[in-house]
Design a protein around this ligand. Sequence first.
Ligand code: PHB
Length: 364
Amino acid sequence: MESKKEPLFEGVTAKELNLKNRLVMAPMTRLRAHADGKASTAMAQYYQQRATAGLIITEATMVSPLSHGYMFCPGIYAPEHASAWRNVTESVHAAGGLIFLQIWHSGRVAHPSLLDGLSPVAPSALAGTGTLHGPSGKVSLPVPEELSLAQIAEIIREFANAAELAKLAGFDGVEIHGAFGYLIDQFLQDVSNKRNDAYGGDIAKRTRFLEEVVAAVCAVFPGRTGIKLSPANTFYGMGDSDPMSLFKYVCQRLNQYDLAYVHFMEPNESDLASGAVIKNVVRTFRADCNHLVIANGGFDKAKASEYIESGLADLISFGRPFISNPNLPYMLELGLPLAEASPTVFYGQGPESVLGYTDFSVVN
Ligand code: PHB
């Protein structure tokens, strides 16, 4: 007699997408693209090896040359980017997988040495905290230039253009990166947004940029657009004076758009140690969110099952375990011991750095 599958490993429908299980591969920056932002052959193999995930969400991908936080991250603003990504989507689809492109503007998390000498842009001229790896070593986040209204309108068009190119590349949908201290998050939180025009001030005004990006991208990919939020993340100096009210409002506003899901990042130990106000993001905001919810951050099989079976989340995304266990759904379902990846291989240096990338054994 065939035993019944646990809910975590059962299929689920997200709008018009049929996921074969509730395990999502989380977006992870791996830095194996070409220097011009074109996806590499190694990337196609890497994502294909992980096609047993219910849904793959790619690494953060630049919507503009000014969104260049890291060397060797991929882009999606030129037609050549779409052609290169097509190899990735075809490889994943050939293996029966579904794949969304995470579209990203890094805002003040960038440096002139990565931007042909230009300054990074942000809602306000306030530097984030932390460092980046530039072409000649470690650099501190600089003071960015405050965006004009015309530049804001241009970035919203860049997000829409990225979604168009993602469609051309054959992606099943896109995820808007609204998290982790990058541009959309910089608009949302009042530590980084001191504007006093239509895009800054009260919560509704700080949420406006996010809403305009969501509306523009949903027009391209209705029902196939997700968004990632990190209300408790403190990295790059993020924080808000009232994160509970801010993200409650954000969730409620998002209910009116034709989204596939909302993807919430839980705080990690360092966020909690640096005083994150919201200790449990999904438990806090689930009730405000009418969309499917993906929970991300620090899950194992037991906790994932608990979240799915109690209805707290509809899907669970795994990051690091997918690096070293390409067929993670199979490993978890059978309770097989998981391989660990060394943090030294998390970030590569371009398309040749395949060590610790495509060489983990695929168990099946
Ligand atoms: C994320 O989606 O969680 C994410 C993506 C890229 C980063 C950091 C976080 O650099």
